[in-house]
Design a protein around this ligand. Structure first.
Ligand code: GLN
Length: 295
């Protein structure tokens, strides 16, 4: 691909670019090789991925090709494709992402779905999203519940700035308050929430080394590293939430697949929760813990 437009094999059509790039990505151990090649090429050409099929014989213009080539090189170094294009989708909402925030995962949509069950439509509610990152969960909840207000907390100033940009993109910034700090420390005294929601860092430090290079080398450690057993943040959040919840209010957290029993125990130790429910993701792995504060 580093050759000029014309080679003995003819010009670099989109079809040839996709074939070459897919093989290159596969050789780098990327298991979404074809998908990433298509995503990067479509974005570089300013079209949608499915539109490539109708443009297989097109030769992308030099500026698109230059952009694509740069991205292919970086993707080969295992930079996540979503960081390269600067965009992702969560709960059908387009969101900007940068290396300052975790790329929202599909599993985290289940956290949103659980929280929505505790937020009846047409009712005022106050929600806190602890560790908001890109703002994905806060924005999804605000978009689904037009009467809710959301406190979006993060320890990263860069993340909060991005979350604000994302909220503005969806005209939701008026109902979301962005707060800098650690977990509940960022909330004002006396605040009581209907729902507290969090996708905290929960990867055990030793297990971080075993995650894909995209995760361990490119996503923010602050969003992933949960300390020795992965439960550092979950301990603070599960023990702290009752003081910030209304009677009968709900806490929803995302967890690692092996953490269900430990988080259940943390919740039961407080004596403050009426119910503790651990529910699986689409792969059948424990992923979301729902806890209702006693009435
Ligand atoms: N699910 C993420 C991963 O697998 C971890 C997210 C988190 O720690 N909150 O990389």
């Amino acid at each position: 691909m580093s050759q000029a437009h014309e080679s003995h094999q003819g010009p670099w059509t989109t079809l040839k670019l996709l074939g070459w790039t897919t093989q290159f990505f596969e050789s780098k151990g990327i298991d979404t090789a074809r998908l990433d090649a298509e995503l990067l090429l479509a974005t570089a050409m300013g079209c949608r991925r499915i539109e490539l099929y109708a443009r297989y014989d097109d030769v992308p213009p030099p500026d698109a090709l230059a952009r694509f080539r740069q991205w292919v090189k970086q993707r080969g170094q295992r930079v996540p494709a979503k960081y390269l294009i600067g965009e992702t989708e969560f709960y059908s909402l387009s969101l900007a992402v940068t290396p300052s925030v975790l790329i929202p995962r599909p599993e985290t949509e289940l956290l949103v779905e659980r929280a929505l069950q505790a937020l009846p439509e047409g009712q005022d509610a106050l929600v806190a999203d602890l560790g908001t990152g890109s703002g994905a969960v806060a924005i999804a909840l605000a978009s689904q519940r037009p009467q809710a207000r959301v406190l979006a907390v993060d320890a990263s100033v860069e993340a909060l700035e991005l979350a604000r940009v994302n909220a503005q993109r969806h005209q939701l910034a008026e109902r979301i308050t962005f707060l800098h700090g650690n977990w509940f420390d960022a909330l004002s005294d006396g605040v009581t929430c209907d729902v507290v929601v969090s996708n905290p860092p929960y990867v055990a430090r030793a297990e971080l080394a075993a995650t894909m290079p995209e995760v361990r080398e490119h996503e923010p450690r602050l969003a992933l590293d949960g300390g020795d057993d992965g439960l550092d943040a979950l301990r603070v959040i599960v023990a702290g939430a009752p003081a910030w919840l209304k009677p009968g209010g709900w806490l929803f957290v995302e967890i690692g697949a092996s953490q269900g029993p430990a988080v259940r125990q943390l919740a039961e130790q407080t004596g403050d929760y009426e119910t503790v429910d651990v529910s699986p993701d689409f792969q059948g792995l424990d992923r979301i813990v729902s806890m209702q504060k006693k009435a």
